[in-house]
Design a protein around this ligand. Structure first.
Ligand SMILES: Cc1cc2nc3c(=O)[nH]c(=O)nc-3n(C[C@H](O)[C@H](O)[C@H](O)COP(=O)(O)OP(=O)(O)OC[C@H]3O[C@@H](n4cnc5c(N)ncnc54)[C@H](O)[C@@H]3O)c2cc1C
Length: 320
């Protein structure tokens, strides 16, 4: 018999999806463990203005800190670490990370995605991101670049789609190919012309970030922008899902309308699932996943609170 504890649920990932689930699961009186590698995309947000409930905005780090405090308040144990191995075992799963390992009846994958970065020095990138000179999410912060000079680093259908989306916020858009000359089909070319978007060939390199502008070097010369949006796609953290054979589509996890993956007992929420990559959506999916986990566990074994010693009713009548 193994000495490892067996939890009702192991939550892998402590971003908005995983932490929302942790809050719900602990409030359902379930035993859980959260393991988090500490690289939430939310922690990169200097100040979000589209997350409801914060009219003055809130930084991603502050939001994560508040959610962590709330989950811990209800008893969630949050461990720092990157889970590297997930196996199906009799009655659930076994996970390993660094020095630790744990068994759990169910697992929630809330591992998120990583954006592909544009070609540029890493420190320069991080400084520019903190100042809003580099942005990754037009849905989140297109409003903040209204009527500004915007560069989109990308090409093909994805780059054109992002440039056209941003056209709803500003008329000054330049689409720059990241690593070579643009290869645009006739439809993409026609859309750029229709929407008045200039196309510049690469390879490009963002070379300087000042207080209020960023400079991008291309074979056609230097371009100065108020902000640059890399439109290079992202990579979902699905390695653990692959280890247990969960179904993927377009590189992200497929779930049913209750956040169940194709593997019984394995659930997923947030950016790692196909859908709108937003905090509100990740939180919503985290809440749905937690409630499904609770109800699926209750089908195996009813979840019933023990009676307190002595009947509450008896005490009440004593006091009457
Ligand atoms: C620059 C930027 C600005 C943004 N602005 C906004 C905004 O204004 N509004 C908005 O709604 N959204 C915004 N977003 C998007 C938002 O951050 C994401 O949609 C949200 O963070 C997704 O939450 P999540 O919990 O699914 O994933 P994440 O927040 O990315 O969290 C996933 C967590 O899982 C951990 N993890 C991954 N693999 C493992 C593993 N194997 N073991 C343990 N832990 C693991 C990661 O380290 C991370 O901590 C922005 C994103 C970026 C990059």
């Amino acid at each position: 018999m193994s000495e490892e504890p067996c939890y009702d649920c192991l939550v892998i990932g402590g971003g908005p999806a995983g932490l929302t689930a942790a809050i719900y699961l602990t409030r359902y009186h379930l035993s859980i463990r959260v393991v988090d590698a500490g690289k939430s995309r939310a922690s990169l947000i200097p100040c979000t203005h589209n997350h409801a409930g914060y009219p003055g905005g809130i930084s991603g780090k502050e939001l994560i800190a508040r959610m962590t405090e709330q989950a811990q308040m209800y008893g969630a144990a949050i461990v720092a670490g990157r889970v590297t191995r997930l196996d199906r075992i009799d009655g659930g799963f076994r996970a390993e990370w660094g020095e630790g390992s744990v068994m759990a009846r169910t697992v929630l994958l809330a591992t998120g995605v990583t954006n592909r970065r544009p070609p540029m020095d890493e420190d320069l990138h991080d400084a520019a991101l903190a100042k809003g000179l580099i942005r990754y999410c037009p849905v989140c912060d297109g409003y903040e670049v209204t009527d500004k000079r915007i560069g989109v680093i990308g090409s093909g259908g994805r780059g054109v789609a992002e440039a056209v989306f941003l056209r709803g916020f500003t008329a000054d858009i330049t689409l720059i190919a990241p690593d070579r000359a643009h290869e645009l089909d006739a439809d993409d070319q026609a859309r750029l012309t229709e929407f008045g978007i200039e196309a510049v060939d690469g390879p490009c390199q963002a070379v300087a970030a000042h207080d209020e502008c960023i400079v991008v070097d291309t074979p056609e010369g230097h371009y100065t922008f108020d902000s640059v949006y890399p439109a290079l796609g992202s990579d979902a953290h699905v390695e653990l899902a692959q280890q247990v054979g969960a179904t993927l589509k377009e590189g992200v996890l497929v779930v049913d309308s209750h956040q169940r993956t194709s593997v019984p007992g394995l659930y997923a929420a947030g950016d790692v699932v196909l859908g709108l990559d937003q905090i509100s959506h990740a939180m919503g999916e985290g809440g749905v996943a937690a409630t499904t986990i609770r109800n699926d566990l209750a089908k195996e074994r009813p979840i019933l609170r023990e009676r307190l010693s002595g009947s509450i009713r008896a005490k009440a009548s004593e006091g009457a």
